[in-house]
Design a protein around this ligand. Structure first.
Ligand code: NAG
Ligand code: NAG
Ligand code: NAG
Ligand code: NAG
Ligand code: NAG
Ligand code: NAG
Ligand code: NAG
Ligand code: NAG
Ligand code: NAG
Ligand code: CA
Length: 590
């Protein structure tokens, strides 16, 4: 029996869960979906020391025939019971954390629990991710982190007043809330369906990917498997790096119209498309692009963009959080030819942040990715383009480093490459144990037998793909310093696999390279690995007529026979372009 009602790609046939719940007289979703039944299934007091659940807070509502779609699960129609309850941490006053669990019908329950994560500065994705659990026959959870409501983001509670950090909220956002969500959720699932064991999983992308790693790095036994996308880890470097392109523009004294950078991207895609052996509008080998294409060749190319309310631009279509990667402001018509100054800005961004001594402080998106963080805004009064301070980067500095209760960094006056590096170090130290999330020793996770599949869009311009590669390589270096490269890859393959999605944008397919597609069944792949022992070789992409399969790092895709035959090849020169030596720091940056 298929685990989903309407699955786009081939369904894996999972055996149907036990009918243990029927022994409790609950055969239908309606039987399970009552306040009394949910209350009777709550984790017992003392199950999670320090937590007291408020039984009066339990709410249930049944939802049937809900159509759900995402880049992260096959389009489906689902029935579920939405159970919400609240708990408090003993000894804290005014503390109240709310969790929501979607519960599948008894005949669809497959002895699974799935936690889902947030994005930007949000700890959950509303209804965006939670259906993924129902589709695989799991109880599926999300948390409000204790931030006051499911729609309050972590930044709204980060400061108790100017200068005073709310460390409880910061630890909750950092990792604690997810630990509680998953621990309570798995127990709730066991109780609801009267089973002694459930497999426990995680799925999240971006900030949600960081949240997943915050668990895997600390609580080795908690998840049997995790599907992680483009994690926002190395948090301090990442947030500050959203400001790097604007500081490059300021330093070089040129603020390119967005259309000019977009033209450079388009010409890069056109020039590098074929390097992977297949002309499909997808740069599946941005490493070869780095090695063989010089964007100086775009100087003089004419560009033109129509005036627009929302701009052109790249990124994930219909992205839910415009605040994280802001949609373009209204732009006038733009006509011109690509200038040497724009190429200098683009190349300096692509080179990664270097301090004033020329040492590498952070990495950059791959060539052929967009330049969303470099986006300028048009000042109609002055009739010129001005820098636009990235919202996430600006808020990070103003609120999290300067401890001022504002989301806006007013200006970048006086900010240099060295300032950016100093901000990176400041945040790394202040939030090493909460937000940074780069602890590289996964020995406990490996010993516990957990499986992790991590995916990252190669053309992600919000969180560079190199960020995931660098963490994977840091894990390799820390865990297996004495093994040769291939031997350590083989050991890592036992529990941690990384897939770079050709042409992919931030957490989804890329409007500028649509044939790259996106792997929509990554959680299913993780489940197969955990429960059936079927380790994925390549990942399936769901693009229509697009990429055949997504290669596993460190192998890279290469098509032959005029783009019809895909091989995942080992290419040392290409691998080397993905390795970073952050010599701006005296300590290793994982
Ligand atoms: C739970 O299942 C066990 C057998 O697995 C059974 O003995 C027990 O009565 C069930 N409990 C409830 C509350 O149905
Ligand atoms: C769950 O139900 C509550 C009401 O009980 C509602 O406010 C909330 O939006 C629902 N959440 C989800 C994720 O469905
Ligand atoms: C870049 O290519 C896209 C199609 O992928 C097109 O819509 C856009 O207008 C192009 N931009 C420029 C500046 O040529
Ligand atoms: C790209 O070409 C320009 C102009 O010919 C040259 O100055 C520059 O060094 C080249 N860059 C690389 C990385 O080869
Ligand atoms: C480009 O400039 C020409 C001539 O000024 C104008 O007619 C046209 O509308 C412009 N096109 C765009 C897309 O800006
Ligand atoms: C807190 O800081 C913000 C941002 O700097 C400022 O606007 C506000 O006036 C400050 N509030 C108090 C009470 O000082
Ligand atoms: C590592 O494995 C690849 C095949 O995956 C092979 O081509 C390469 O030569 C190996 N490198 C070493 C040093 O053995
Ligand atoms: C991936 O695609 C292959 C071939 O179409 C199919 O056999 C397999 O079941 C798919 N795996 C998943 C997890 O969808
Ligand atoms: C190669 O494939 C392209 C389409 O990608 C096609 O237009 C072309 O005719 C093919 N060439 C040969 C020699 O088959
Ligand atoms: Ca291609």
């Amino acid at each position: 029996m298929p685990f989903s009602l309407r699955v786009v790609s081939a369904a894996i046939a999972f055996s149907i869960g036990a009918s243990a719940v029927e022994k409790r007289g609950a055969a239908t979703l309606g039987d399970v979906c009552t306040t009394a039944y949910a209350k009777a299934s709550l984790p017992a007091h003392g199950f999670f020391p320090g937590i007291t659940i408020d039984p009066v807070s339990v709410q249930t509502s049944i939802v049937t025939k809900a159509a759900v779609t995402s880049e992260w699960f096959p389009a489906s129609v689902v029935d579920y019971c939405n159970v919400t309850f609240a708990y408090k941490h003993d000894g804290l006053t005014g503390d109240r954390v709310q969790v929501t669990y979607w519960v599948p019908a008894p005949d669809r329950f497959q002895n699974r629990y799935v936690s889902t994560g947030g994005g930007g500065l949000a700890i959950n994705s509303g209804k965006g991710f939670i259906p993924t659990g129902i589709i695989v026959g799991a109880v599926s959870g999300l948390t409000d982190g204790g931030f006051g409501s499911f729609s309050n983001q972590a930044d709204s509670v980060f400061l108790l007043s100017n200068g005073t950090v709310n460390w409880q909220a910061t630890h909750m956002f950092g990792y604690q809330a997810h630990h509680e969500l998953a621990t309570l959720g798995a127990e709730f699932a066991r109780n609801l369906f009267n089973v002694s064991k459930v497999f426990s999983y995680y799925q999240g992308c971006s900030e949600g990917g960081r949240e997943g790693w915050s668990q895997l790095q600390r609580f080795a036994d908690q998840f049997d498997g995790a599907a992680i996308g483009a994690p926002a880890f190395r948090f301090s470097q990442l947030q500050v790096s959203h400001l790097t392109p604007s500081v490059v523009e300021q330093t070089l004294g040129y603020f390119p119209p967005p259309c000019e950078l977009e033209k450079i991207v388009n010409l890069t895609i056109a020039a590098c498309d074929g390097l992977d052996g297949r002309l499909d509008g997808v740069v599946a080998r941005s490493d070869l692009c780095k090695l063989h294409f010089n964007i100086s060749s775009t100087i003089g190319a004419p560009y033109s963009c129509a005036a627009t309310g929302t701009g052109g631009g790249f990124g994930r279509p219909g992205a839910r959080k415009p605040r994280q990667f802001p949609f373009p402001a209204p732009s006038p018509a733009q006509n011109g030819t690509v200038t040497a100054q724009a190429v200098a800005v683009a190349q300096t961004i692509l080179n990664g942040l270097h301090d004033s001594q020329g040492r590498l402080a952070y990495l950059a998106p791959q060539p052929a990715a967009g330049f969303s963080d470099a986006r300028t805004t048009f000042d109609a009064a002055a009739n010129k383009w001005r820098p636009s301070i990235n919202g996430l980067g600006g808020e990070w500095v103003a609120r999290y480093l300067q401890l001022r209760d504002t989301s806006v960094l007013g200006s970048l006056d006086g900010v240099t490459y060295d300032t950016l590096k100093a901000w990176m170090v400041q945040g790394q130290n202040a939030y090493a144990d909460t937000l940074q999330t780069t602890y590289p020793d996964l020995a406990p996770l490996r010993a516990a037998g957990a499986k992790v599949v991590q995916v990252h869009g190669e053309a992600d311009d919000g969180i560079p793909a190199g960020s995931s590669v660098h963490y994977y390589e840091a894990v390799r270096a820390v865990m297996f310093p004495d093994l040769p490269f291939n031997a350590s890859t083989a050991v890592l393959d036992d529990f941690y696999r990384l897939y770079i999605v050709p042409g992919g944008a931030h957490c989804g397919p890329n409007r500028a390279q649509p044939a790259g597609g996106w792997p929509q069944t990554t959680l299913q792949t993780v489940i197969e690995w955990v429960e059936e022992g079927v380790a994925p070789d390549t990942l399936n992409s769901t693009s229509a007529g697009g990429i055949d399969a997504i290669c596993r790092w460190p192998l890279r895709p290469l098509w032959s026979a005029n783009g019809t035959k895909l091989d995942c090849v080992y290419d040392q020169k290409s691998i080397d372009t993905w390795k970073y030596k952050f010599d701006a720091y005296n300590l290793p940056l994982y």
